[in-house]
Design a protein around this ligand. Structure first.
Ligand code: C6P
Length: 408
């Protein structure tokens, strides 16, 4: 029995006449009622444009928005509210760093080091900036289990390295990267460390100090919050010296005909009307995550991951990518292929049983090429999944080859 079922209305929706088994949590998570209510309450009771109106309704909206920022700051262990910038999503947060920091502080010949497993959002912006500045991308390649070895890290991070961009958790392999060790090495050569926590913060506590990160990016929608709200954390001394990324309303101090001066942090990086409802939804999601507790989340997911990997190992003709030991440096994202069957066909066959998984390149084409595949299937877990979900997934997976006329 799923103890969280009543909190997540979508999980009760029938799919193709079956119970929904939602295993695409790395793409986005479902939203609990408390998050839906927080957004609705805002629009019902105190919707106004924050930071603009001097009337009571706008003051309430401003206070709620700034309280949400404070809650995020506490949640990730930052020093100051000013270090928390609200964005639309992790992609926008990473673009902000690439364009505002990278374009202004990189020089020709500088190196940006990043794992080949990075999501395009932490890779393509660095390509754009490297091209503009004559800098070079240097890739870290994982070993056969999906992990980055010390040797690989030590040989690639050199005095030429100015930026290290790394995901805390890979959205394809589920590998937990050794961010702290990478940061230590990067800081020793004077490089800045950008950590993409889009796939970690839903599952593990993220503390910016413990990670020793200079910048941290994540999306609300992968951690129970609504779509359209994301976060960039940056150390104040770095954010202070960076120029605005987007410009327009609310991010200025004085505007003259030919030039402008800019507002202090965090407004300098928040141009235009902000997503107050999204920020309040994110604050409610943080409350919910705290209530469930990361200990419970991690324990539940690691048991489910073990159960899933063991079950998949019993099915012939399946290749699982990355670490199959269920080690602790591994999160509940399982990429796999079924011999002779295109991942899109696998996904469609599972869909007929109500099982939602993702199939494709997962916005990680360089990794796909490194793994020598065009695409994979991906099942990704969250704490509201159950062993019963996995049993349905495994039963459906067993049928795939037979459906297409192959032997068992
Ligand atoms: N990964 C997936 O199915 P956005 O789209 O901006 O909210 O998140 C981008 C992003 C950045 N980093 C990592 C590690 C990610 O996994 C993602 C989003 C989704 O894997 C959608 S492609």
């Amino acid at each position: 029995m799923n103890p969280y079922l009543d909190d997540f209305p979508v999980l009760k929706e029938p799919m193709n006449g079956k119970r929904l088994v939602y295993l695409d949590n790395a793409a986005t998570t479902q939203k609990p009622l408390s998050v839906l209510r927080a957004v609705e309450d805002y629009y019902r009771a105190f919707n106004a444009n924050p930071h603009r109106g001097l009337y009571e309704l706008s003051v309430r909206a401003t206070e709620a928005y700034e309280n949400a920022r404070h809650q995020v700051k506490e949640f990730i262990g930052a020093d100051k509210d000013e270090e928390i910038i609200f964005t639309r999503n992790a992609s926008e947060s990473l673009n902000l760093v690439a364009y505002s920091y990278g374009l202004n502080f990189l020089n020709e010949g500088d190196e940006i080091v990043l794992p080949v497993s990075e999501h395009h959002s932490n890779l393509v912006p660095w390509q754009m900036v490297a091209k503009a500045k004559g800098a070079k991308l240097v890739y870290l390649y994982p070993d056969a289990t999906g992990h980055l070895t010390e040797e690989e890290i030590n040989s690639k991070i050199t005095p030429k390295t100015r930026i290290v961009a790394v995901a805390h958790v890979s959205n394809v392999l589920g590998t937990v990267n050794p961010v702290r060790e990478i940061a230590e090495k990067a800081h020793a050569v004077g490089a800045v460390v950008v950590v993409d926590c889009a796939q970690s913060i839903p599952h593990y506590p993220v503390n910016v100090k413990e990670l020793d990160a200079d910048f941290v990016a994540f999306s609300g929608h992968k951690m129970l919050a609504p779509m359209g709200i994301g976060v960039l954390y940056g150390k104040q001394e770095l954010l202070d010296k960076m120029p605005p990324f987007l410009s327009g309303g609310e991010m200025i101090e004085y505007v003259y005909e030919q030039e402008a001066t800019f507002a202090p942090l965090p407004q300098k990086f928040e141009a235009g009307t902000q997503n107050v409802g999204g920020a309040l939804g994110l604050a409610a999601a943080i409350d919910y995550l705290k209530q469930v507790g990361y200990d419970t989340i991690m324990k539940t997911e690691s048991e489910l991951l073990r159960y899933m990997l063991d079950g998949m190992a019993q099915i012939p003709h399946i290749t699982v990518y990355g670490d199959t030991t269920g080690a602790t440096e591994r999160c509940g994202v399982v990429s796999f292929n079924v011999d002779d069957v295109h991942p899109h066909d696998v996904s469609s066959i599972l869909d007929a049983d109500g099982v939602a998984i993702r199939a494709g390149h997962h916005c990680a084409q360089p990794l796909m090429r490194y793994l020598k595949v065009n695409a994979t299937c991906r099942a990704s877990l969250y704490f509201y999944n159950t062993k019963e979900d996995i049993d349905i997934f495994l039963a459906s997976l067993k049928k795939v080859r037979g459906w297409l006329g192959y032997g068992a």
